[in-house]
Design a protein around this ligand. Structure first.
Ligand code: SAH
Length: 476
């Protein structure tokens, strides 16, 4: 199995820094199913190619038989594993290029965050659904895709094509994104996991998919295939993706996420029909209801993300003045687009006052002057040492009559199949509180700043572990 990564970046050999593998050396890495080799067939200042070659040991594979290994006895020895890029290559990538996949590079930190010209080539990729499927999965990520079917036997054209393609991807992407996309999409295109589905499989998918999967038009199909159609896992992953803050406008309606039609190649990728209302939707409704209950018509959404709540408030004529702020320019650009903030007539009859970049850790007069402030799924993104600053800014300085805070209930995490014990729901979460921890925090903050607080469970209130989301409604 071979994967090559080429860049034509200025100082192309910087690829060695990004991959943490020296261009002058050939290196070996022992894997559970064979040996991975990394070497550079080409390395000069204008063009540099790194190759990952995985030499699979078929005997070792038989000993540790996983799902999808052919179980007739000859098939265990005669199969495509030694040369077809598949989940084995993906797992070797994650061992050999682990640091690069996290986007870390102390020698070239900026380069690691910068899109660079890349060409990725895989001579033999098992591709269920044919070349069109590879195009469908890779093109929306910004790749120019060339997927050419490999004939079954070049001597016998009439036999037709095999299920393999020669894949070449060309594009300008962050190296870490490119590697993570390969890591997820190679086994997805093969559609046969060759190893046991571990309980942390959903976490791996969410982590590797950060920044690109939530916004992918085929994220439903990708998730289902990656998780081998295990319904509980798929539902949990899709729920968490719908919660991810970086999905663009058209992707954000959680109901739409669930109803997305399955690809119809082989009837395996079925969307569950009995989807309940998503947690993100429960949360929006709960916040809007609390604002009504408190008769707060002028609202600022602090940490508004891509503006889901702002759009919802705008649909509701009860709200007369609506603003939002977030520290992330990327998230805000979605919010601006969603609210048509920059182009032409603004939505909502002038009820949107401002949608601006701001940091909740610094006192800012623009946060003040509203009846209510909402922090929906924001506090858990704040580093604990900075949380005190946020409390002072929101409850002390802006000090609206009503503050609504929602945050995950960590106790509920045991109900998420596929979430490893002790793991958090989102890679950017700095903490997740139990109900007692949230209450203790809320009581202390309320007492310090002259508020009262009532607690409202959001989502299915489990008798044992409570609701998935907890909400505190603070009033002065
Ligand atoms: N409230 C939105 C987004 C939640 S994600 C929703 O529920 O959909 C958390 C958001 O908090 C992110 O958009 C992040 O950029 C923002 N955030 C994190 N730290 C922040 C800070 N210090 N100041 C302002 N926004 C912050």
């Amino acid at each position: 199995m071979l994967l090559t990564i080429t860049t034509t970046l200025d100082q192309a050999t910087d690829l060695g820094f990004l991959l943490h593998k020296h261009p002058d050396r050939v290196q070996r890495f022992e894997q559970s199913h064979g040996t991975a080799h990394v070497f550079y067939p080409d390395a000069d200042e204008r063009r540099c190619t790194a190759a990952l070659l995985l030499d699979v040991d078929p005997i070792e594979l038989v000993r540790t038989r996983g799902r999808g290994t052919p179980d007739f006895s000859l098939g265990q020895y005669v199969n495509d594993r030694p040369y077809a890029a598949s989940s084995l290559l993906a797992s070797a990538m994650s061992n050999v290029f682990r640091t690069a996949m996290r986007g870390r590079c102390d020698a070239r930190p900026e380069l690691a965050q910068t899109p660079i010209p890349l060409e990725i080539a895989l001579p033999a990729l098992p591709c269920k659904g044919g070349p069109g499927q590879a195009e469908r999965f890779f093109a929306p990520l910004g790749w120019d895709v060339s997927a050419v079917p490999v004939p079954l036997d070049p001597e016998f054209g009439e036999w037709g094509d095999s299920r393999y393609v020669t894949l070449k991807l060309t594009g300008t992407l962050r190296l870490a994104d490119a590697l993570n996309q390969m890591y997820v999409l190679l086994p997805v295109l093969d559609d046969a996991k060759h190893y046991w589905m571990a309980p942390d499989e959903v976490d791996k998918l969410i982590r590797a998919g950060e920044g690109w999967l939530a916004a992918h038009p085929d994220r439903g199909a990708i998730t289902r295939r990656y998780l081998a159609n295990r319904r509980g896992l798929v539902r949990s992953a899709l729920g968490r993706l719908a919660d991810a803050e970086d999905a663009p406008e058209e992707e954000l309606d959680p109901v739409q996420v669930e109803e997305e039609p399955a690809p119809v190649e082989d009837g395996e990728d079925q969307t569950p029909k009995d989807q309940p209302v998503s947690l993100a939707e429960h949360r929006l409704q709960a916040v809007v209801r609390a604002l009504h209950d408190e008769n707060a018509q002028r609202v600022i959404d602090l940490g508004c993300g891509t503006g889901k709540l702002l759009a919802r408030l705008l649909k509701d004529g009860f709200f007369t003045e609506i603003s939002g702020t977030d520290v992330s320019h990327r998230a805000l650009s979605h919010a601006w687009r969603r609210l048509h903030w920059d182009d032409g007539p603004r939505r909502g009859d002038g009820r949107v006052r401002d949608v601006f970049q701001g940091a909740l850790t610094y006192a800012d007069d623009r946060f003040a002057g509203y009846e209510a402030a909402v922090l929906m799924e924001v506090v858990e993104h704040i580093d604990p040492p900075r949380l005190g600053a946020v409390e002072r800014v929101v409850f002390g300085h802006a000090a609206p009559r009503v503050v609504i805070v929602t945050t995950p209930n960590a106790e509920h995490n045991v109900r998420y199949e596929g979430l490893a014990p002790g793991a958090m729901r989102h890679p950017d979460h700095r903490f997740e509180w139990t109900r007692a921890e949230f209450r203790a925090w809320a009581d202390r903050v309320a007492a310090a700043h002259g508020y009262r607080v009532r607690h409202v469970p959001v989502g299915d209130d489990d008798p044992e572990v409570g609701a998935p989301t907890q909400m505190g409604v603070f009033t002065r």
